[in-house]
Design a binder for this molecule. Sequence first.
Ligand code: MG
Ligand code: FE
Length: 170
Amino acid sequence: MADTRETMIAWLRDAYAMERQAIDMMEAHSGRLDSYPELKTRIDQHIGDTKAQAQRLEDCLQALGTDTSSLKTGLARASSLMQSILGSATGDEVVKNAIGEASFERFEAANYRCLIAAAEACGEMEVKRVCEQNLREELEMAEWLDSQLPMVTRKYLGLKETAGTSEAKR
Ligand code: MG
Ligand code: FE
């Protein structure tokens, strides 16, 4: 049981790192979405949601008696997935970023599904509740992004046709 609890706490810290990573990623993407106002608005909204998610995780860790002072360092673990998805700049970043973001939401959701099961195993009902709330928000965002991918693609292709790549990628 003590071991299970330690594992769950380690995963909570990973989830916190994942959310911080998500914030950095979305802030970087949001800055280049002037031609995609709906996408920008929803991403900016999810940045706000994500900050609240990270705070809820930090509160859980504190309530579990964990030292949270080192949380803001060592955040690199979640980032390699994004690097592999995004690749290098080729002019179609808006589309690639949208694919990456949709994928990242599913990655986050999968993490929370495992954390929910781990929290149940430890009888940590508040952790479970927080992870269920975060999971709902990830799934909402994932579904919204999935539904927007065709529109984003058509818009990108249209802008590329009319104004060249430099306009389409802004
Ligand atoms: Mg999140
Ligand atoms: Fe998310």
